[in-house]
Write a protein that binds this ligand. Structure first.
Ligand SMILES: Cc1cc2nc3c(=O)[nH]c(=O)nc-3n(C[C@H](O)[C@H](O)[C@H](O)COP(=O)(O)OP(=O)(O)OC[C@H]3O[C@@H](n4cnc5c(N)ncnc54)[C@H](O)[C@@H]3O)c2cc1C
Length: 354
């Protein structure tokens, strides 16, 4: 039997699995899906779990059941591209004929002292669960800091504001302000929302040290009973160890068919892949569908035909009633409509559409 091994059943990995299972597989081929979890976790909603507005089971999506799909649960520790083997913790290695690396990302702390030890993470379901407990245990009127004013930091701060109206919440961003990559109109709307909802925003911040209940910043000590890290990401650990061509963020550079050039039997999807866009679930899904098309073409013995990746836009939430959308490069929509659209996208993810 030939094996297509997919590491990671997240947005990218599942887009590949679902598209490939829409048609019969070659009779001598099986797909192995390897993940540490027994279901897909809807990572784009981990901030809601951490804030306390989403029950965890709402963020689980069952893996498909199919005679040609073998689910394999375990922790990937190492990938040997030369031996064509995937090493797992306390389990035998898995060999492959074709491999997809879709292990997502972990936090990147940029060497800031105390960040790894004393901040709470949103990057795994387990971490988001722990972050929820830490945030709920902050005393009434205590201080919470979100590090990072990108999409996940903004969504985390706004959701927490609605769940814990008593808290002093601040966002610290080392750049020029929240959602720096977005158009001015959108940023102003989000800024206003935070102003109205009493969330402090500080930009151009130089973090010196993060401790259990305080942060040292620009010579000042800020009280912070819980600090959430949304300040940077890097590819998952097994990818960090791979000696292949990578971009400055550590993501693997690929050929036009999403393969590692020296190892054309290996594809990389989502947050581990060097794409022209910032990492996102949408990019992982669109790229995953193209990888499925390429794999299918290889199986059919034809030349793959794919066009450059194109994103539809970005949706973000500000609590349960407000949101923002960027369509194309510059069309901005704010308010209830984008929030409803975002809920619709979540509904589709749960029900395997789109
Ligand atoms: C709080 C938050 C909000 C976000 N909001 C948005 C948003 O609104 N829109 C958007 O487009 N994107 C958003 N993102 C980004 C988005 O979630 C990621 O870009 C997306 O999940 C990447 O998909 P992926 O398939 O590469 O990885 P993932 O979806 O993270 O999947 C990786 C899979 O690999 C598994 N895995 C990882 N390491 C191992 C290992 N060593 N062994 C075994 N299994 C392993 C994990 O369990 C997981 O199932 C958000 C991210 C966060 C944290």
């Amino acid at each position: 039997m030939k094996k297509l091994v997919i590491l990671g059943g997240g947005y990218g990995g599942m887009a590949i699995v679902r598209q490939l299972l829409e048609r019969d597989l070659p009779p001598d081929t099986v797909i192995y899906l390897v993940d540490r979890m027994p279901y897909q976790g809807l990572k784009t909603e981990y901030y809601a779990l951490a804030a306390g507005s989403a029950a965890e089971h709402r963020l689980h999506v069952a893996f498909p059941v199919h005679p040609h799909l073998i689910l394999f649960f375990g922790e990937v520790t190492e990938i040997s591209l030369k031996e064509k083997l995937v090493y797992l913790q306390d389990q035998d290695p898995i060999s492959y004929d074709w491999l997809v690396i879709g292990l997502g990302c972990v936090d990147q702390y940029y060497g800031i002292p105390g960040a790894a030890e004393f901040t709470h993470s949103l990057q795994t379901l387990r971490a988001a669960r722990k972050t929820y407990v830490a945030l709920q245990e902050v005393r009434p009127y205590g201080h919470v800091t979100i590090i990072g004013g990108g999409l996940s930091g903004v969504e985390m701060a706004s959701e927490l504001r609605e769940c814990r109206p008593d808290l002093h919440i601040r966002i610290l961003d080392r750049g020029g302000g929240i959602l720096a990559a977005f158009p001015e109109k959108l940023r102003l709307f989000v800024h206003e929302w935070f102003l109205e909802h009493d969330v402090e925003i500080r930009s151009q911040v130089e973090l010196e040290d993060i401790r259990e209940t305080e942060i040292l910043e620009g010579g000042k000590v800020l009280r912070s009973e819980a600090t959430v890290w949304a300040g940077g990401i890097q590819p998952a650990h097994p990818v960090k160890a791979l000696e292949v061509n990578k971009d400055e963020a550590g993501r693997i550079r690929l050929d036009s068919f999403h393969r590692i050039p020296q190892f054309p039997e290996v594809f990389v999807v989502g947050d581990c892949a060097s794409l022209v866009f910032s990492p996102s679930a949408q990019a992982a899904i669109i790229q995953g569908k193209q990888i499925a098309t390429v794999v299918r073409a290889i199986w059919d013995g034809v030349t793959p035909n794919i066009s450059p990746l194109r994103l539809r836009g970005t949706l973000g939430s500000l609590g349960k009633k407000n949101g923002f959308a960027l369509m194309g490069d510059s069309t901005v929509v704010v308010g209830k409509v984008p929030r409803t659209l975002k809920s619709g996208v979540l509904w589709k993810s749960r029900h395997h559409f789109g």
